[in-house]
Design a protein around this ligand. Structure first.
Ligand SMILES: C[S@@+](CC[C@H](N)C(=O)[O-])C[C@H]1O[C@@H](n2cnc3c(N)ncnc32)[C@H](O)[C@@H]1O
Length: 335
């Protein structure tokens, strides 16, 4: 479950908002890109400061409806684009200098409660899981991909220990009829020992959502293209909710902010050609008060960097490092 909402109170809580505001300092004005508009929690807050402009993106066109009231209030200071953030470099910025680019990954309470999206293991009917601007759904993944491909998706995108058994049972069951949301839940439950901490279907549902929405390449290319459009001095701020996405953000920020010398005999501080400056090595977590008010926020981690220099071909290392995940995502070409 994503943390921007409290399940208990059913109200919207933009996660780590106070911490984000202290990093991006909207009180001094500037142009900000909110890559994950959602319910507009961050965008609306930033726009409360007079000299700010916000360009917001979201892949879900339901967010476009929410954005209309923000547009009405803030007019030319606000723009909404129904695009995936991996395409951030295709927005016409008219040479504007961006102060900060913010990502709040995952999905919102509104989306998980939307019965059409079927993101939850409590939903019934056809499998779906599309957040918006997708080319296939979870129904096709579960009912068409081969056993070994399903196994890889569950294992690498969900860290599911029973991937093999679940994939095997899916193939057997779909010979009889098309698998829907509740049948998938039953297959998972019958393949696993009961886990009292989390619902047995949590990991497979996470893996499927990541695969259907191509969340790995979205994040990697989102970070790469955000870095390309940012001028030195601008920042990138990312809130993650699970270890797979945090691992990618951590590697991206850390590897591009470490001083790498040509030789181990050359002092590191001579070669300081770093793309980023990493302010906090450790992530920032929600305060105990925020967790109390909005319990799902407990899994959130915030990391940020400030761009120092333009460096060509910086993306090579990250693409190599996560090649194995991108290859799994490419299994969708078989659909
Ligand atoms: C956690 S919610 C953001 C909540 C927002 N910060 C707020 O306070 O209202 C994540 C949002 O990101 C959107 N999203 C997820 N992946 C995306 C992508 N690759 N490109 C654009 N939007 C994306 C989802 O549709 C969802 O609306």
């Amino acid at each position: 479950m994503n943390a921007t909402m409290s399940l208990e109170k059913k109200t919207h809580f933009p996660v780590l908002l106070k911490e984000i505001l202290s990093i991006i300092s909207p009180q001094y004005g500037g142009i900000f890109i909110d890559c994950t508009f959602g319910q507009g929690g961050y965008s609306k807050k930033i726009l409360e400061y007079p000299n700010t402009n916000v360009i917001a993106l979201d892949r879900d066109n339901d967010s476009e409806n929410i954005s209309r009231s923000v547009k009405k209030k803030f007019k030319e200071r606000f723009t909404f684009v129904n695009k995936k953030f991996s395409q951030i470099d295709t927005i016409d910025l008219k040479k504007k200098n961006i102060k900060s680019i913010i990502f709040d990954l995952g999905y919102s309470y509104t989306q998980i409660k939307n019965p059409k999206k079927k993101l939850s293991f409590n939903d019934t009917g056809e499998l779906n899981m599309r957040l918006g601007l997708n080319s296939f759904s979870a129904k096709e993944v579960i009912n068409k991909l081969e056993q070994k491909d399903l196994e890889k998706i569950f294992k690498y995108f969900g860290d599911e220990k029973s991937s093999k058994q679940i994939a095997y049972k899916i193939i057997k069951n779909r010979e009889i009829k098309i698998i829907d949301t509740q049948q998938l839940v039953k297959i998972i439950q019958s393949s696993k020992k009961k886990n009292y901490k989390i619902h047995s279907a949590t990991k497979v549902f996470q893996a499927l959502r990541i695969f259907v929405n191509k969340e790995i390449s979205e994040l990697i290319y989102g970070l790469i293209n955000a870095t390309k459009i940012l001028e030195p001095g601008g920042s990138i701020v990312v809130v993650t909710f699970h270890s797979l996405e945090d691992r990618i953000v951590k590697f991206f920020f850390k590897s591009l902010s470490e001083k790498k010398s040509i030789s181990r005999y050359v002092p590191k501080n001579i070669d300081s050609d770093n793309l980023f400056k990493l302010i906090n090595k450790k992530p920032i977590f929600p305060s105990s008060n925020e967790i109390k008010e909005n319990p799902p926020s407990r899994s959130a981690k915030l990391r940020y960097v400030i761009k120092e220099k333009n460096i060509p071909n910086f993306e090579k290392e990250i693409l190599k490092k996560f090649e194995y995940l991108l290859e799994i995502e490419n299994l969708s070409k078989k659909l």
